[in-house]
Design a protein around this ligand. Sequence first.
Ligand SMILES: Nc1nc2c(c(=O)[nH]1)N(C=O)[C@@H](CNc1ccc(C(=O)N[C@@H](CCC(=O)O)C(=O)O)cc1)CN2
Ligand SMILES: Nc1nc2c(ncn2[C@@H]2O[C@H](COP(=O)(O)OP(=O)(O)OP(=O)(O)O)[C@@H](O)[C@H]2O)c(=O)[nH]1
Ligand SMILES: [Mg+2]
Length: 469
Amino acid sequence: MTRGDVPIGANPNGDTIAAIATAVAAGAGSVAIVRLSGPQAEAIGRRLFVAPGSQAWESHRVLYGHVVDPADGRRVDEALLLLMRAPRSFTREDVVELHCHGGLVAVRQVLELVLAAGARLAGAGEFSQRAFLNGRLDLTRAEAIAEMVAARSRRAAELAMAGIDGGLQRRIGGLRERLLDQLAELEARVDFEEDLPPLDGALVRAELEAVRGELERLVAESRQGELLREGLRVAIVGRPNVGKSSLLNLLSRRERAIVTDLPGTTRDLLESDLVLDGVPLTLLDTAGIRPTDDRVELLGIERSRQALAGADAVLLLFDLLAGWTAADRELRALVPEGVPLLLVGNKLDALPPGAAPAGVPSAPPEAPLARISALTGAGRDDLVAALLGLCGAGEVQGLQVALNGRQRELAAAAATSLERALETAALGLPWDFWTIDLRAAIAGLGAITGEEVSEAVLERIFSRFCIGK
Ligand SMILES: Nc1nc2c(c(=O)[nH]1)N(C=O)[C@@H](CNc1ccc(C(=O)N[C@@H](CCC(=O)O)C(=O)O)cc1)CN2
Ligand SMILES: Nc1nc2c(ncn2[C@@H]2O[C@H](COP(=O)(O)OP(=O)(O)OP(=O)(O)O)[C@@H](O)[C@H]2O)c(=O)[nH]1
Ligand SMILES: [Mg+2]
């Protein structure tokens, strides 16, 4: 995105941007919106839009009419126009929306006419960036908007909504205010030591310690938010014929993968996107791993190994009838250290009642164990709960706010700065020695909310948004 000509702050003389605001892929919607923002938005709208009768161009009213090509008066689409004059708009600039018919052909023509009439194609995230620069949103709300667009599950959308409502801004902004209060007290003592009542150092330290604790809690909880935003890649691995594809089908509730009684049925990697208990995940069905001379099967097995190496979690499936065999133990050794692993004994239905499966330890030392029948679905819910629990996703239900990666780094650094300030305090050094680290912590929290953030960082954040947002 190049936007060197737009200064930080309001944009009264700036250019007018435009983009298609609605989905441009994954099938046509029934309505598509071209959005304009900037000082020329209304003039361009009036040039291209013909509203019959005596409809008035009033703010926050919808006009009915047609988008026409001003060159020849040809009607390009039947549409609705929504005018929102500054500052009562998303960007706090004049905004015009042309609500066209869905599908891409007409709406692209409308966008071309808008650009030909003097608007500039918006860069990624540029509407949201203007909303931020014009003080309509803080940075946590702007980032939450991007998360809402990207959300893959209901829980991820709820978390994004809490961010849009300012949940994170209030938490971080509140902690920053508390630090600013302490800084003011300390600085007053540096400047006017004689005129003020003495400062109770223990109280200041207790307050810094409390803020530091809150920051560390937020950092610790951020992992759950990450799960919701990014989803988990879970590989199902195991020997041929143990029921991996059957399990994929059971969890995705459809016949996604081919299942046969022939070992070596699955030869390629198969991905299925699903949501389990509000957590989005990508399940990978893999080719059964075994020694073989079949060239195609060997290539598939190589992909299984790669999936195993790149997964956030692994379900290692084995056949309860055959028991936990030497080959299963070898597979277990392939699972990288530190990757959450659940052993899944399958074909529970075929086990005679009361029979202990051969070789399966009651509490296997290797990893936690779940028993299921991919055929009947028995044990499915316990499997899901165990998997999510292993990945730390069990607690996402109560999650109110969650830091993203950028915010987590800043919060962790701020916590470290506070720790340093507290160490300085413990050494009994003068007030002005504390304030250096305290100020660094305040700046870090200001970078989360956007109160103290460089233009380069803003560019990087908004360039990850989609065009039209
Ligand atoms: N058609 C359409 N739908 C949309 C958006 C949009 O821009 N256009 N949004 C875009 O993301 C989201 C809604 N968010 C919005 C947030 C604020 C304002 C707005 O005009 N705020 C003004 C005025 C509020 C008022 O009149 O009380 C303000 O806060 O000053 C508009 C949309 C989702 N749906
Ligand atoms: N009785 C019983 N049979 C099962 C169960 N799960 C799978 N099967 C059967 O086991 C056979 C193999 O199932 P698949 O799901 O294709 O096994 P796979 O692990 O994907 O096998 P490959 O793709 O060859 O590695 C099929 O005949 C399934 O019907 C189960 O829980 N109980
Ligand atoms: Mg299979």
